[in-house]
Design a protein. Structure first.
Length: 258
């Protein structure tokens, strides 16, 4: 039986009276590339933060690779997951944030080897070899010894991508990874993500406001509104011929602003 790589099964998240996610059902297949779009406050980033267990869920179950992430099996029942269970399932997931979140006191190389050595038990030699390959892949082979303060925003974001890939994830999450960048640096980061999509068999989930990139890169686009998926479909269908009025309004506003 083929399980979806990611499944949100009636997942809800509330802050007091504010419903951030409203009984979300979402399946993402292995190797699928999905872009999430929508206005601020629609629940987009919350989806990614829940997958990284940076946010607790209030209802429902999140599954990763056929295993519950937020829960674990106890006999025939599902009970809230232990920290050890969460760590094990979450080890399949890498995330790149809007802000680069690099360790400022570590070089690009050190940023990329810290977690593989500490969390995966990788030898330093193996971790350094892997990090060097990844930094080369993101076009930063000559910047291995540089500290974040000496790198441009685009270079820092590319180090952050290499650092996430160093953990050998099966799933990569990207949260508005170009929104903190100067416009001329956006292209270099998107090109790296394109290459990752071509060269690695990864399931990729991206929150983005880059509609052109979502159209070109994604297998599916999901438009979130009010904590729910208002509309979803292949990029050309959803972006060129949206069926829902709210989707039409959002895309019109985004394209006008662009």
């Amino acid at each position: 039986m083929n399980h979806p790589m990611i499944r949100f099964d009636k997942v809800s998240k509330r802050y007091g009276d504010n419903i951030v996610l409203d009984s979300l059902d979402l399946d993402i297949a292995q190797g699928e590339k999905v872009s999430i779009i929508g206005p601020s406050g629609s629940g987009k980033t919350t989806v990614l933060r829940m997958l990284m267990t940076l946010e607790d869920i209030d209802d429902g179950v999140i599954w990763v690779g056929g295993e519950p992430l937020t829960h674990m099996h106890q006999g025939d029942s599902l009970v809230p997951a232990s920290p050890a269970h969460i760590r094990e399932v979450r080890s399949n997931i890498g995330m790149v944030f809007q802000s680069f979140n690099l360790f400022p006191h570590m070089t690009a190389m050190q940023n990329c080897i810290e977690a593989p050595i500490g969390a995966l038990g990788m030898s330093r030699a193996e971790a350094e070899t892997r990090a060097a390959e990844l930094l080369d892949m993101v076009g930063l082979s000559e910047k291995k010894g540089h500290y974040p303060a000496h790198l441009s925003g685009g270079q820092q974001q590319r180090v952050a991508i290499a650092r996430a890939l160093a953990m050998r994830p099966k799933i990569m999450l990207f949260d508005e990874v170009t929104s903190a960048l100067d416009p001329e640096l956006v292209g270099e980061v998107l090109e790296v993500i394109r290459n990752i999509g071509r060269e690695h068999d990864l399931t990729m989930l991206m929150v983005t406001h880059q509609m052109g990139f979502a159209r070109e890169f994604s297998d599916r686009v999901c438009f979130f509104y009010g904590g729910r998926i208002c509309e979803q479909g292949p990029p050309r269908q959803l972006l060129d011929s949206p069926q829902q009025e709210r989707t039409q309004q959002f895309l019109h506003a985004v394209l006008e602003a662009g």
